[in-house]
Design a protein around this ligand. Structure first.
Ligand code: ATP
Length: 626
């Protein structure tokens, strides 16, 4: 793709430098890499060519670029285990398994091993060339087959792909199957490129001029529509049939397809909330400490639920979903609601801490084996009886919610709320929320356009106040564990501390942010020793950015996300988080970090990102140096 597109790149170099100069004017994104712009350009031209080959082909290309075979919410993942891939590479390249293993240890990337071993390899018969359809369909078959008997079939399929591919194709096939494509292409870039390709396509059909305004409006529309309907097949079909401006009328929420949830901004004090909402009608709600749940009922009557990450949780919460079905008014045909599911003490009729909820099983849940009972606290309704409510003011949405769902104590309750304006009243409500085992308050705009539901946005129209962080940095951080230090003294036999990283969403890097050794119980440390042993890798991944002075004794795969609290953030020459935002060669680090809990509901890519770290640093309003 890269070679073919070089010509396109040079013809568009003016466009690229225009974007670059615009972006560089914004100090938050001085680190926007040239790669990102090149990638977006390449993708635009590639998609434009693919549009002409039809929707099915284009959709498959998009999924291959994103290393997926289906919409995320379907939960079909490509990830093939390392040992199976090694066997397939050995079989495809005629090397023995131990050679593949030792080479993989040395270079840390199985894709590169496959590429190297394909060098000068001759096949007895000419193999058919790889096609988009062929590769996609094989990936799909591999992803959905399971069980021991499927192992050999998978090896054969992978091996055929590797033999049929060129060297570079072998590399990326193996990387895709491992679930680590790493081509610097994020979903947002794909959406931008797709929108721009379709803008050009429609202008070509109409023989009209492509303007920068058309390109940028088109991108905004497509990104917006995707947050409501994250399904590329539906999106591509609609884009082929209609001009982009028509898209919002055609691609609306659809019960059964999860909407990317609206998120809140952290605050450090009640006075900060009052400053922000000066002259605005707002409401305070308890911030429940459980798991976010989006519940859908489609026209067939089926009820499904999704997590914060749009993963299906219907099986995990089947008991409460059954009960929820009995709390719905009789004239309801379909809906989407937003809620928090919380562990519930049925004897004392009260909320239990999050730690109890986290012990609930996720899969193979049998009703008679459920030990942790739960209650739903519903706080929003997005869709009802074939109508989207996203652009209905919150006060009205809340009323619709109450009219549609019957308040049923211990099963389905409305998020507790009060419309308060005085600082003392808000403080009292906050204290009450903590006594009731909540995390603090959510403060939301009640009326007007600012109160509309904004899918996927971390909006300033929703503020969160967490009691614990009032004196600190306003919010906790969710960080990825990338390494550990061998324990000494009292911690012999377990890890003594860990190296944590934030995620840079543009560069797709994990950037070190702090060492952490506080907040763990002895049981935590024992569990982590066992858990992390399975994630040890011999060398840091090329996308780990860290300073030599903080090099850990062991490195881990990026797999686990931890919630961490800290006193403040400081500029650091040693840690690399958000490097480039404030200074070319200094990052941001955390002072006095403390472990709070494991965040199983977040993937490593959902960890606190560079923009958020930079914002938190700025919000402190000081220049702490470490
Ligand atoms: P956090 O670690 O604070 O949960 P987050 O990144 O998962 O952060 P935020 O948007 O920052 O999500 O905080 C809002 C979260 O709080 C929601 O995702 C939801 O799970 C939870 N929550 C609890 N009560 C409410 C409520 N009344 N309204 C909205 N969200 C609520």
């Amino acid at each position: 793709i890269k070679n073919n597109s070089n010509k396109n790149l040079t013809t568009n170099s003016n466009e690229i430098s225009n974007i670059k100069s615009q972006k560089c004017a914004d100090p938050k994104i001085i680190n926007l890499s040239e790669d990102w712009l090149e990638i977006a350009e390449i993708m635009k031209h590639f998609f434009l060519k693919m549009i002409k080959l039809g929707p099915d082909h284009l959709t498959k290309c998009i999924y291959l670029c994103l290393n997926q075979v289906a919409p995320e919410y379907e939960g079909i993942e490509i990830g093939v285990g390392e040992s199976l891939l090694m066997k397939a590479i050995a079989s495809a390249t005629g090397k023995n398994l131990s050679k593949v293993k030792s080479e993989a240890e040395k270079c840390g990337d199985l894709g590169t091993v496959a590429q190297e071993f394909r060098t000068n390899q001759k096949t007895l018969f000419p193999m058919p060339k790889l096609t988009i359809d062929g590769v996609f369909n094989t990936f799909y078959e591999i992803s959905i087959s399971s069980g021991l008997s499927s192992q050999q079939k998978k090896i054969n399929k992978i091996s055929t792909l590797v033999v049929s591919g060129s060297q570079i194709e072998a590399k990326y096939i193996v990387r895709s199957l491992e679930g680590k494509l790493r081509i610097g292409l994020a979903e947002k870039t794909v959406l931008t490129a797709l929108a721009q390709a379709f803008t050009i396509y429609h202008c070509e059909l109409e023989q009209s001029k492509v303007t920068p305004e058309l390109l940028s409006t088109g991108s905004e529309i497509v990104k917006n529509v995707y947050t409501q309907l994250p399904n590329f097949k539906i999106l591509v079909d609609a884009l082929l049939k209609h001009k982009i401006e028509k898209l919002p009328e055609i691609c609306k929420l659809m019960p059964g397809i999860p909407v990317k949830p609206m998120l809140a901004h952290p605050t450090k004090s009640i006075s900060e909330v009052l400053d922000r909402f000066n002259g605005v009608k707002f409401t305070c709600e308890y911030k429940y400490d459980g798991e976010r749940i989006q519940i859908h009922k489609d026209l067939s009557g089926k009820i499904t639920s999704f997590s914060r990450n749009s993963e299906k949780t219907t099986e995990k919460y089947s008991d409460i979903l059954l009960k929820c079905a009995e709390c719905i008014a009789s004239d309801v045909t379909n809906f989407i609601i937003d809620a928090e599911v919380v562990a519930w003490d049925t004897a004392k009729n009260c909320i239990l801490p999050f730690q109890i909820l986290s012990t609930r099983k996720r899969k193979d849940v049998k009703e008679n084996e459920i030990t942790v009972q739960v209650c739903l606290f519903v706080f929003d309704i997005l869709y009802l009886n074939n109508q989207s409510l996203l652009q209905t003011p919150f006060e009205k949405r809340r009323q619709v919610l109450k009219d549609t769902f019957v308040y049923t104590p211990g099963t389905l309750e409305y998020a507790k709320h009060e419309n308060l304006n005085e600082i003392d009243d808000i403080q009292t409500f906050l204290d009450k929320s903590i006594i009731n085992n909540c995390e603090g308050l959510m403060v939301k705009v009640l009326d007007g356009e600012e109160s509309f539901y904004e899918p996927s946005k971390r909006s300033r129209n929703w503020l969160k106040i967490k009691k614990d962080y009032l004196q600190g940095i306003g919010d906790s951080l969710d960080l990825v564990v990338i390494g550990a230090y061998i324990g000494k003294g009292k911690r012999v036999g377990v890890y003594g501390g860990f190296l944590l990283a934030s995620y840079d969403q543009e560069k797709e890097e994990y950037q070190s942010i702090c060492k952490i050794g506080t907040g763990f119980s002895e049981a935590d440390l024992k569990n982590f020793k066992e858990e992390f042993e399975k994630l040890v890798i011999s060398d840091p991944r090329p996308y780990y950015i860290y300073g030599e002075a903080t090099k850990p004794d062991v490195w881990f795969e990026p797999a686990k996300v931890w919630e961490v609290k800290a006193a403040d953030l400081s500029i650091s020459p040693v840690y690399k988080s958000a490097i480039g935002y404030i200074s070319e060669n200094k990052g941001i680090s955390l002072r006095f970090p403390r472990f709070i809990r494991v965040r199983d509901d977040k993937a490593p890519e959902d960890a606190t990102n560079s923009d958020q770290i930079f914002e938190m640093y700025e919000a402190q309003g000081n220049n702490t140096q470490s």
